[in-house]
Design a protein around this ligand. Structure first.
Ligand SMILES: Cc1cc2nc3c(=O)[nH]c(=O)nc-3n(C[C@H](O)[C@H](O)[C@H](O)COP(=O)(O)OP(=O)(O)OC[C@H]3O[C@@H](n4cnc5c(N)ncnc54)[C@H](O)[C@@H]3O)c2cc1C
Length: 506
């Protein structure tokens, strides 16, 4: 979608939310805003959509968010579950094993395993959804400068043909990647954590001689390991291999050499090299995620090494956290303080997996690391990320047993039977997420009577069963991103909470 100077494009020069960067973070945010009727525009410096496979794995919690945003069916059709690993030694198969075993202790999810998907395809599916919802992406449009007043943000953009214009928005979100111009314009520093990590190349290749049912690895090649993962929905493989600084510009010929020296395949097995990239991973966190009307999200706010497959996923969750809050402030008179909770919730969540990503990156994908990886498998799913310490989480019940879910936790996707006797008799048990899907809040009344609620809030009364057992008794206000905002026995707490999130009657 090239930059488009039509009158329609001019009408986009003033929007509610300007998103900088059409990576997975920016696209997820735009989809969430579009389904809320918030006018947004993505400006993207590149002339066309991203074409590399880079961020391959979608974690269970990300799949849940994508389900809610209406893209999971397409992602399931185009992707595959995490494949078994196949080790090769001396040209022979030397063992099949699992990179991540399922954790029986992990929270129940309808998407229990990592899902493999080339990043370009994830982005394409998100963009298709965005366009179907009436949203827009302007390619070939680079943000070069910004300034903000009390009411607005003004963004200078330069298009591929050299022309410039100023866009105006109520809020701006920098989802413009690790070298973020937005972050730099705000003067927000990144705090680098941990020591140096080895460089690597990633490439998308076509080759003969390997099955597509395994993620192939050669652990002992000269210069280090080499992995080839079949890319679902394509006839390509993603190559990853640690390399030295001399490989900072890997050409197709170098990719062929790497395959020939580190695997049993001859250089002629490689029929095509589609995309290559060299990266020097680092671990860094922005000192803050908000500056007045401007927010940082995704790699612009935190940079992860690819160990454990977290970077793309954490960015998607930033967007999922911010989207509903912007929607409530712009359309429902929620106070501006609601937006402060974005930094309060997402900075600790990103920080929590930075070390882990570096640790898993150092460990590599060798079978010897299986026990260590298994220790962290629950964290990697992101199903246990919680916001208990957020100013937006109010747990008003007392004397809770340790296993009871609390305000700030992800609401569980457990079966429920409606409390109403007639409905229960005619209804088969349902899963909670069927009711949560969509941009609304939900009030759960567990073993209690629900009070009247504002028109945009859905209500469910539950008596007994798995859901009631996990939550305990009380009234639970579930946020649009599936976290429990308030847990209480007291109806008056609900009224106060409605004011915080823009649900109170005017
Ligand atoms: C080898 C490798 C493997 C990985 N594997 C995984 C994995 O398995 N799982 C996982 O979760 N993550 C993985 N990642 C990380 C993942 O790719 C990133 O975290 C993800 O791309 C971040 O998404 P983003 O939208 O925040 O930023 P990006 O994808 O970097 O998108 C930012 C966009 O902003 C645009 N932009 C930049 N500056 C401007 C400007 N001034 N104006 C307008 N547009 C601008 C860029 O062109 C780009 O399109 C991997 C990364 C690498 C390198």
């Amino acid at each position: 979608m090239p930059a488009d100077p039509s009158p329609q494009a001019e009408s986009r020069d003033a929007v509610d939310v300007l998103i900088v960067g059409a990576g997975p973070t920016g696209l997820t945010l735009a989809v969430d805003l579009a389904r809320r009727g918030v006018r947004s525009l993505i400006v993207e410096a590149a002339d066309r959509p991203f074409t590399g496979s880079r961020g391959l794995s979608l974690q269970p919690r990300t799949q849940e968010a994508f389900d809610d945003l209406g893209v999971m069916d397409a992602l399931r059709e185009a992707g595959s579950p995490l494949l078994p690993m196949q080790t090769w030694r001396n040209g022979c198969r030397a063992g099949e094993w699992r990179l991540v075993e399922r954790d029986p202790q992990a929270p129940v999810s309808r998407y229990p395993v990592q899902w493999l998907m080339p990043q370009w395809r994830t982005q394409q599916i998100l963009q298709d959804r965005l366009l179907a919802l009436g949203g827009a992406v302007e390619y070939g449009t680079r943000l070069t400068a910004l300034r903000q007043s009390d009411q607005q943000v003004h963004a200078e953009v330069t298009q591929t043909d050299g022309s410039r214009r100023t866009l105006t928005a109520a809020y701006l979100v920098g989802a413009d990647g690790g070298r973020s111009t937005v972050r730099e314009a705000l003067g927000i520093t990144m705090k680098t954590e941990g020591g140096p990590l080895h460089a690597a190349v990633v490439a998308d290749v076509r080759l003969d001689g390997l099955d597509r049912e395994h993620w192939h690895m050669w652990p002992d090649g000269p210069g280090g390991e080499l992995l080839l993962c079949p890319l679902p929905g394509t006839d390509q493989f993603q190559l990853t291999a640690p390399v030295g600084d001399e490989d900072s510009d890997p050409c197709p010929q170098r990719i062929r050499e790497l395959i020939a020296t580190r695997t049993h395949l001859p250089p002629t097995a490689v029929t095509d090299v589609q995309w290559t990239s060299y990266y020097k991973p680092r671990t860094a966190l922005a000192e803050r995620f908000r500056d007045k009307r401007v927010f940082l999200a995704g790699d612009a706010a935190h940079v992860h090494p690819p160990g454990g497959g977290q970077g793309l996923n954490i960015g998607v969750h930033d967007a999922y956290n911010l989207g509903w809050k912007l929607g409530q402030v712009l359309h429902s008179n929620a106070p501006d303080t609601l937006l402060d909770s974005y930094d309060a919730e997402r900075r600790p969540a990103a920080h929590d997996v930075l070390d882990l990503s570096a640790q898993l990156y150092r460990l590599g994908r060798k079978p010897e690391g299986s026990r260590e990886r298994a220790r962290h498998r629950n964290r990697l799913t992101l199903l246990s990320v919680h916001y208990r310490d957020s100013p937006l989480s109010t747990e008003a019940r007392e004397q809770l047993t340790p296993t009871i879910l609390q305000a700030g936790d992800r609401a569980p996707d457990l079966a429920y039977t409606p409390a109403d006797a007639d409905a229960a008799a005619h209804d088969t048990p349902r899963q909670l997420f069927e009711l949560l899907t969509g941009p609304h809040f939900t009030l759960l009344a567990v073993d209690s009577t629900p009070p009247p609620v504002p028109p945009t809030v859905r209500t469910l009364q539950v008596t007994g069963g798995a859901l009631a057992q996990a939550l305990g008794m009380g009234l639970f206000l579930i946020r649009p991103d599936g976290h429990i905002g308030l847990a209480t026995h007291n109806r008056a707490h609900l009224e106060r909470y409605y004011t915080k999130v823009g649900l109170a009657a005017d």
